[in-house]
Write a protein that binds this ligand. Structure first.
Ligand SMILES: [Zn+2]
Length: 257
């Protein structure tokens, strides 16, 4: 059965603070990643292709990979979008609907600079060129600690806002901070989403819970080589020694040690 990978980005711009370094991928590096993907064994697919695969069993290309970008920063339009168009690749951006046209309020006071978020005109334009939009709540709360009523409001209202503005179904969700509790995935399902992305690392296949899909987090410091390592081993943290450790562990398992 097909194995597929989902990549997760956030900011596509030069980092403006130390805290941002992990989350901000400079555009030149982002382009190197796309260049690597276009020349590798991987085929970039949309989350809708993955949804169809999970719901109907329709085959995905071998080594399929989907690109997702969380939060909806304005640089996604200014920097990422022209590059995604250049390489003719689809991607999904998960929007926190309450800050569209505003700034990254939820990140204030943690060493993160203020950044502008996408506005609806930019979102509508991208939506006509292979960029789809998923929901990421209204205010970017920790869903794991909200009661069910509040969690449901955050989840359903972001969906409705996106559907109202784009006049099409919004079927994909991503948990802010990757956080959810025992009931959150069920609420997401009841709200009408067909799949949800977590921040758990690893590959996916048809046996994976569609409401807890795993992703590989691409850091703003990852070279194309590092990205390749991460995609080979399905790990966020693939250090230069990792292949050695991985294969020696496999060998030890094989010989029963
Ligand atoms: Zn987020």
């Amino acid at each position: 059965m097909s194995r597929f990978t989902i990549l997760m980005y956030h900011i596509v711009d030069a980092p403006q603070s130390k805290a941002e370094a992990k989350y901000a991928c400079p555009p030149a590096l982002f382009e190197q990643h796309l260049e690597y993907l276009s020349s590798s064994i991987h085929t970039v697919v949309s989350l809708s292709d993955i949804e169809e695969h999970l719901l109907t069993g329709k085959a995905l290309p071998r080594d399929a990979v989907a690109i997702t970008i969380d939060d909806g920063f304005e640089d996604n339009y200014n920097q990422a979008f022209p590059l995604l168009r250049k390489y003719n690749m689809p991607a999904t951006i998960f929007l926190a609907s309450g800050v569209i046209g505003g700034t990254n309020d939820w990140m204030k006071g943690r060493g993160f600079p203020e950044r502008k978020m996408l506005n609806w005109n930019q979102i509508r334009e991208m939506n006509e060129h292979q960029i789809s939009f998923g929901a990421h709540t209204v205010t970017h709360p920790k869903l794991s600690v909200l009661n069910n009523t509040l969690a449901e409001q955050e989840i359903i209202q972001s969906k409705m806002s996106i559907e109202e503005h784009l006049r099409q179904p919004c079927k994909h969700f991503a948990y802010p901070y990757g956080l959810f509790n025992n009931t959150t995935p069920e609420i997401v399902q009841q709200c009408g989403f067909t799949l949800a992305c977590s921040t758990r690392s690893g590959f996916n296949n048809h046996e994976r819970d569609p409401y807890i899909l795993h992703r590989i987090e691409v850091y703003g410091t990852d070279s194309s080589w590092k990205l390749k390592q991460k995609m080979t081993f399905g790990m966020n943290d693939a250090s230069p020694l990792f292949p050695f450790k991985y294969y020696s562990k496999q060998l030890l398992n094989k010989i029963g040690l």
